[in-house]
Design a protein around this ligand. Structure first.
Ligand code: GRF
Length: 215
């Protein structure tokens, strides 16, 4: 069983989705700790309600990114995690930090990368008129939102969508694929090769698990 540290900045619905899978016995992982860069992040309460230890490393208390990154790394390492999970963590992490957790640091991004890296993905998807949108889980590299892709889920963009309806449809898929990516990591099935992720030991149900959503 692997141990996780989950990093959040806000709501924590992806955190809650992972907690639910762990508690249901479908994810062979232990959540060692949840860290936030904001003391008011609502997800901290979710973690505490499920008996998960929490800590805050407030970025506003540090002179610069390097100092913040170093303090964050110390807080993470106290839990000795096998995997660090960014779940709505809204700080850009420097190269030294990212390299320290190479191939054991993952992120979820609300677009079908490499389309729409960065912020306001749903607004930009609507402005571009794309017909298919979605979300991606990827290993984190120093190149923001460009690391090797682990799993993606697609959703249709409907004519009457606004940012909120599209975000909600994507979020439902985030909650499905993030625990799935963590499970694959926990099972030792993810290999990074030439910047691509290979899923080892393919199983009969995999195709159904990653099939695009139709609703
Ligand atoms: C999600 O849309 C995630 O893809 C993005 O930030 C949002 C976090 O939501 N990185 P939550 O805090 O997990 O509810």
């Amino acid at each position: 069983m692997i141990s996780l540290v989950i990093l959040i900045s806000g709501r924590g619905s992806n955190l809650a989705a992972i907690v639910a899978e762990v508690e249901a016995g479908r994810l062979p992982a232990r959540i060692a700790g949840v860290l936030a860069n904001r003391p008011e992040a609502p997800g901290l309460r979710t973690a505490a309600a499920h008996g998960v230890p929490t800590d805050v490393v407030d970025h506003r208390q540090f002179a610069g990114r390097e100092e913040f990154d170093a303090a964050l790394a110390s807080a993470i390492d106290r839990f000795s995690p096998d995997l660090v999970v960014l779940a709505g963590f809204m700080r850009i992490l420097g190269n030294t930090f990212v390299r320290r957790y190479e191939n054991r640091l993952i992120n979820i991004h609300p677009s079908l990368l490499p389309a729409f890296p960065g912020l306001h993905t749903h607004r930009r998807a609507l402005a571009e008129g794309v017909r298919i949108h979605g979300c991606s889980v990827h290993f984190v590299t120093p190149d923001l939102d460009h690391g090797p892709l682990i799993v993606q889920a697609a959703v249709p963009v409907l004519d009457d969508d606004d940012e909120a309806t599209l975000a909600a449809r994507v979020l439902t898929q985030e909650h499905r694929i993030y625990p799935l990516a963590v499970r694959w990591f926990a099972e030792g099935r993810l290999k990074v090769c030439d910047g691509r992720v290979l899923l080892a030991a393919p199983q009969a149900g995999d195709a159904a698990l990653i099939a695009p959503a139709t609703g």
